[in-house]
Design a protein around this ligand. Sequence first.
Ligand code: BGC
Length: 811
Amino acid sequence: MKFGHFDDEAREYVIETPRTPLPWINYLGCNDFFGLFSNTAGGYDFYKDAKLMRLTRYRYNNVPYDTGGRYYYIKDGDTVWNPGWQPVQTELDFYECRHGMGYSVITGKKNGLSASLLAFVPLNDTCEVNSITLNNESSDTKTIDLFSFIEFCLWNAEDDCTNFQRNFSTGEVEVIGSRIYHKTEYRERRNHYAVYACNRDIDGFDTDRASFTGFYNGLHNPEVVFNGESKNTEAHGWSPIGSHHLKLSLAPGEETKVVFVLAYCENPVEKKFEAPNVINKEPANSILSKFMTDEQVDAAFNELKDYWNSLLSVYNLESSSAKLNRCVNIWNQYQCMVTFNMSRSASYFESGMGRGMGFRDSSQDLLGFVHLIPARARERILDIANTQFPDGSAYHQYQPLTKTGNLGVGSGFNDDPMWLIAGTAAYIRETGDFTILDEMCDFDNKKELAAPLMEHLRRSFNYIVTHKGPHDLPLIGRADWNDCLNLNCFSETPGESFQTTGPSEGPVAESVFIAGLFVKYGKEYADLCKHIGLDDEAAKCLEEVAKMEKAIEKDGWDGEWFIRAYDANSNPVGSHECEEGKIFIEPQGMCIMGGVGIENGMATKALESVEKHLDSQYGIMLNQPAYTKYYLNLGEISSYPPGYKENAGIFCHNNPWIACAETEVGHGDRAFEVYKKTNPIFLEDIGEIHRTEPYVYCQMVAGKDAPTFGEGKNSWLTGTAAWTFTTVSQYILGIKPDLDGLRVDPCVPSDVDSYRITRKFRGKTYNIIVQNPNHVQKGVSEMTVDGTPVSGNLIDPELGGDSVEVTVVMG
Ligand code: BGC
């Protein structure tokens, strides 16, 4: 069942009912200020850090679901309604929510009145703009009351929902004309405040939540709105809100617009006040002055649209599949931007209070983002490197505001180091900018320990070389990519963290996955060495890589697939010898992507085993058989009920690794089949089963052992975005940035006739036509650049002018 449709022309998803199976959200904001925005206008805003700088309050796991947002109430006679249906839930005569690139538009109609809410965060300002268009479509004059509503968060989101003994006494506001200032904690150590403003004169306001709703009422039946009169309250402690009241009259056919802006403002410490305890309004005046007229709002909105037009022109596909084009050209790239910005911090599944930026996560997010804005990718790589420890290991997470590692989780996730190489290599392949390797980066955020980025990569590489177990395979530490495979944990105490319990440096537990990762990115590290003239180092690295390949083939091979790991007693995990969890997806994908077993047939065999044992209608499961009991030696993975999360769920993040691996052995048909199975755009028709947004990937789909097989969870913030974009753009469609130029190496389904790709790369635009007259799955038989035949499949960056025509014939 579908709950909406794609409007590809507008690059929007159009939701046709507010009753989606889960809230279907969008993200507003590209740089420092962000808003989560659901299809019923739910969600919240923050500045840079969803935990420490939360502007508006949101209650996760609320009843009813998804209440709390920027709400506009309309009282038209006796009828009270919201354009986005929530929270009053009055049945609408018409409802539509369009989620676009960095903006959303919700339109509701009731009794001849149309109300359309456009919400976006302007490109370079720290605010959310809400522009409401009201249109009287009836033949009578309408006299209505419009109320705005947001609820302020007292900045630190975690403290805000736990520390009530303090928080109920600290709330403070100022109201001047149509501007409501939220200044809790400003009198002491904060030098920032929020302002919620309206561009018109108002007829009333409220800032005290209980007064607005009535003490035992909710947001669905606020007293002020139902009575049609604001109380002009000023909050003292308790829960400060912002609500404006406008009385409006519209003649038949008349249209009017009202603009509301929620802004984050900051003052230098010495200029905090204009009078004792009166905040300095200068920054508010300056930002609000930019959005006071409809023309200004239109201009800012157009600027945002232009920005996205330009970003999405870097990689553009024209193929015969509308679904594929839509995914490649619009939504997958859009999700890559969102994961780059958010890492795993704030979504409808990530509370914004827990994980900040992940070392591994953010490094991988770069893979799908780097072509969009390389300069921001560069900055991110340096931020990540600053949190690395001198021995090459890394803080697993860091806070975006402070950019320092989180002590709570610490380090010991032994795949982390290699991902820094992955992200950096992707950046250099995209840009050819080797100077990044000379940038000085701290170790452990300590300036005195700073060293060039190249030294950081070297230590990443060496960390794996110097941390091996009895089978000469890498030690796993607390976990590898699979955060829930905790082989050194042995936790028997409820509530204990699986990730931080037990010795981080387990003496023997090993990971075949990290071995594969090392082979893949060890080769890329050696390539970097070669390119900067470190031939000896490159040769030594390749020797280490070769040793690792041997170790995998010797002790990482189970006969029909790659083993997953060795536990703390040196017993295999993910082997036919195991009672449950005999085969895992991760090492099959990563080892083959590293090139292990391609020559000797292990790769093809392993992929056959994946298809035989792990595949399902909705994608490839993480492991099989699912664990049916808790295994002390395995950790969190076996804590999940069968079919969910890492215990035999379909992890969308590593399905693309199998698709990539299939391309390594030339299986274009199968690679595309794997690609399609977890692709939300191809699942739009089964929205009632899949449940999460049909325009973005979710982290996990319930596996066949789960009672809800096919149900998606954790949409938006997942490494799936970057990996699926890498898979489809580079491994399937075959446009691969290489250190020496752009390589064209497609591996496609045999029924593909041809496709075109426009790719902007290092200052030039390549118009590439790929033809497949003989219906092969892989191989390039001819290539011409600006009409001249070239040998091989690498386009020399020196060839051609600003716009280069490339024809590729497969065969
Ligand atoms: C984490 C990833 C991890 C994955 C698998 C995600 O929630 O963000 O870092 O690789 O789960 O455990």
